[in-house]
Design a protein. Structure first.
Length: 221
């Protein structure tokens, strides 16, 4: 079950984000992540009005495009973007979206971005007809920096392209996978990039630190 997988992935991501208290998922879909993330304040945004009950009690839902949604500025200390950027219509749209996410993050807040890494899944990348933008962990890291966010962790190979396969997708299996980074380098085809809204007064020094954070991240190949 997808829900069983997200019950393991969401707390893992929550820790990567620094255990934030106010979390936004701007492309929440069926709310599998936001329902499972252990944060006191949870916001779910999606253009599609899914059936009642998709969002658990306590999750604030907004039916709108994330670019147009009425979101408080500098409010969230955690933002999760999963499998969205590759569906946008251009690299410019990716840049504008990430700038929007920067604006809703409070100083010191973090954003985690996950998506298929073209470098490791080129053969199946366009099997999804609505994949339009080619992205890798390097490109997303550059986008985040350009949007005014400082990358603090870059994992080129994180989750598999899909959990559909011969083995049943159980919570225990996903938990063991997350706890075994060497498996990421074998099976991972999606990147995970975490960035923080920081003071950029140091200019080039901040960018140098961001590059160093990416180079030293586990799972790099």
């Amino acid at each position: 079950m997808r829900e069983a997988a997200w019950r393991e992935i969401a707390p893992f991501v929550h820790r990567e984000l620094g255990s934030p208290e106010r979390v936004l998922d701007p492309a929440a879909g069926l709310c599998e992540f936001i329902n499972a993330v252990p944060a006191p304040e949870r916001w779910a945004v999606d253009r599609t009005a899914y059936e009642a009950g998709s969002a658990h009690e306590g999750v604030r839902t907004i039916v709108a495009d994330a670019m147009d949604a009425d979101l408080p500025q500098a409010h969230f200390d955690g933002v999760w973007v999963s499998n969205l950027l590759e569906h946008l219509d251009s690299q410019e749209h990716v840049a504008a979206f990430l700038e929007r996410m920067r604006d809703v993050l409070e100083p010191g807040g973090r954003i985690a971005v996950m998506g298929p890494n073209f470098r490791y899944c080129a053969r199946e990348y366009f099997d999804c007809a609505d994949h339009t933008v080619i992205l890798t962990h390097v490109g997303v890291t550059e986008h985040l920096y350009a949007a005014g966010l400082t990358p603090v962790r870059v994992v080129p190979r994180f989750l598999p392209y899909s959990f559909r396969g011969r083995l049943p997708m159980t919570g225990g299996l996903v938990r063991r996978y997350l706890a075994t980074p060497p498996l990421w380098r074998l099976l991972g085809k999606q990147f995970l990039v975490v960035a923080e809204r920081q003071d950029r007064s140091n200019g080039a020094g901040a960018r140098s630190a961001a590059v160093e954070a990416g180079v030293s991240a586990p799972g790099r190949r």
